[in-house]
Design a protein around this ligand. Structure first.
Ligand SMILES: Cc1ncc(COP(=O)(O)O)c(C=O)c1O
Length: 502
């Protein structure tokens, strides 16, 4: 391949190579699936250093234009490019109503229905918050090797904060995400659900006020309900939590804790900007309120994302949480929290009282992934697969959903959020979808009150399932839209957004 290079240009050579190849791929001149020249061949043919080619290929990979196959070289992902050039119809303007309640959501029902459905062969499972298991062959091999090498540690009990080796590896990984911490700031937990539960129990007492985003992760709402905390739901905007409303309620209710998902929010998929993060932290500092930052989907971003809020924290106000459930295997149950200052030791004690320590078997497996470099390669592959699936779903939504429906275009993660007109009976639509073997997460689960009709759709499915499932949902929504236009008396629960005042 010949790439015209201007060696006197201010544009670095690796960028010239990237830009040139990018144009060829986007225009279809290098076809879908085609293998690019190897790094050695390319560096010889255009007479540049191999590192320059590696830099150019890495950028193309980060742009989602090519992907590396282990041992085989780099291949073009044209499908991704063509689809990402779509004029994507995404508007998201939820009502800005604050909801005050004691817990809420229906985590138990949603969770068990999803597990049940996954056991069924012919179901199209849009409801889960977990990745597809279809690219896990390698995972099983690495897991077996980890167990073969782990030896003695599998048979011993461990410290409550978790294995030092794993904490060191996580600390190294976090530095790459812009969060500089030491292994002594990390506690390994049994999934991030346990981390949430430990932190919420630690920061909150019965009847304390806590702020959450509306909508938010229903598993967190379940914990707050159990704790009998009083919950203020601050609405999401396209930028993240509405900060004006947040300030009002910080002032009036003096909450103890703000629970936020700053990157790839569940369920909306929204990632907040650096400015939003700074402003949120400033408010928390001003009103002396702790922040619980739950970034369970960190690492699944298609584009660079800002560093976590925890990276800005100078007063030990922020506890950061993440997990390997969304990237490796949820069944491993390995999550972690980053806690600094005096809170660390107290939370380690909480962890000990809860379940002594996280499974040494699972910790050894995650350590092997991180230490061997498999994790990084696996993440790259996962992101490319997820981006492709997201685009297939966006295309299907364009094709089959009526104009009245809006959705978010998440820049990563596993799902998108669709927003239906307020008069549509979401529960009836979800039930009818299930009778056609399509399981969706009704948005109601993610609200404190009733919220507005919405669906969270997991796009990590085969293209055929996405096409088929979205077509069915589109038909159902159209049917209910027509019905609601001819119906004179809409049932009241479909018309208003509820707000329960304590
Ligand atoms: C935002 C968020 N936090 C935490 C969890 C809990 O995940 P796990 O306990 O598997 O790490 C989930 C799972 O869906 C989630 O979406």
């Amino acid at each position: 391949m010949n790439i015209p290079l201007d060696r006197h240009s201010p544009t670095p050579i690796y960028l010239q190579i990237r830009n040139y190849l990018s144009r060829l791929i986007k225009s279809g001149k290098i076809p879908d699936g085609q293998k690019l020249p190897s790094i050695r061949v390319m560096s010889t043919s255009i007479q540049v250093n191999k590192l320059t080619v590696i830099e150019a290929y890495s950028l193309l990979e980060a742009d989602g234009l090519i992907h590396a196959r282990q041992g085989s070289g780099y291949f073009v992902n044209r499908t991704i490019t063509v689809l990402s050039n779509l004029t994507l119809r995404s508007t998201f303007s939820p009502s800005q109503e604050v909801i005050i309640s004691q817990g809420g959501g229906s985590f138990f029902e949603q969770y068990t229905a999803s597990i049940q459905a996954r056991r069924q062969q012919d179901i199209i499972e849009f409801s889960s918050g977990f990745p597809s298991s279809s690219i896990s062959d390698n995972l099983q091999r690495v897991a077996k090797r980890a167990l073969a090498n782990a030896g003695d540690i599998l048979f011993r009990e461990d410290f409550p904060q978790g294995q030092l080796m794993l904490r060191q590896l996580i600390a190294q990984m976090l530095v790459q995400q812009g969060l500089e911490v030491s292994p002594e700031d990390i506690i390994i937990t049994t999934g991030s659900q346990q981390a949430l539960s430990l932190a919420m129990q630690y920061y909150l007492q019965k009847d304390d006020w806590v702020i959450v985003e509306t909508p938010t992760y229903h598993g967190a709402l379940g914990i707050l309900e159990n704790l009998q905390a009083k919950v203020i739901g601050i609405p999401m905007t396209v930028e993240g939590m509405n900060l004006e409303l947040l300030e009002q309620y910080l002032k009036s209710h003096r909450p103890k804790l703000i629970y936020t998902i700053s990157t790839l929010h569940n369920p909306t998929g929204i990632t907040t900007s650096q400015n939003h993060r700074q402003d949120l932290l400033k408010l928390a500092e001003q009103y002396e309120c702790f922040i619980l930052e739950d970034n369970a989907y960190e690492g699944l971003n298609f584009q660079p994302v800002p560093s976590p809020i925890k990276a800005l924290d100078r007063h030990n106000l922020v506890t950061y949480i993440s997990t390997f459930s969304k990237t490796l295997m949820p069944g491993l149950r390995v999550g972690y929290m980053v806690v600094t200052g005096e809170h660390y030791q107290s939370l380690v004690k909480h962890k000990l009282l809860n379940d002594l320590h996280a499974s040494t078997v699972s910790q050894a497996i995650v350590s092997e992934f991180l230490a061997s470099g498999h994790y990084r390669r696996h993440l790259n592959r996962l992101r490319i697969n997820n981006l492709q699936s997201r685009n297939v779903m966006l295309q299907a939504l364009e094709n089959y959903f009526p104009e009245a429906i809006t959705w978010t275009i998440p820049k990563g993660g596993l799902f998108l959020w669709t927003h239906l007109p307020h008069y549509l009976p979401i529960q009836a639509i979800c039930s009818e979808a299930l009778s056609h073997n399509v399981l969706v997460a009704s948005g109601a689960a993610f609200f404190l009150g009733q919220g507005y009709p919405a669906m969270r759709l997991n796009f990590c499915q085969t293209p055929e399932d996405i096409e088929h499932g979205i077509k069915i949902l589109g038909q159902l929504i159209k049917k209910y839209l027509t019905k609601s236009f001819i119906s004179i008396d809409l049932p009241s629960q479909y018309v208003s957004v509820s707000s329960i005042h304590l």
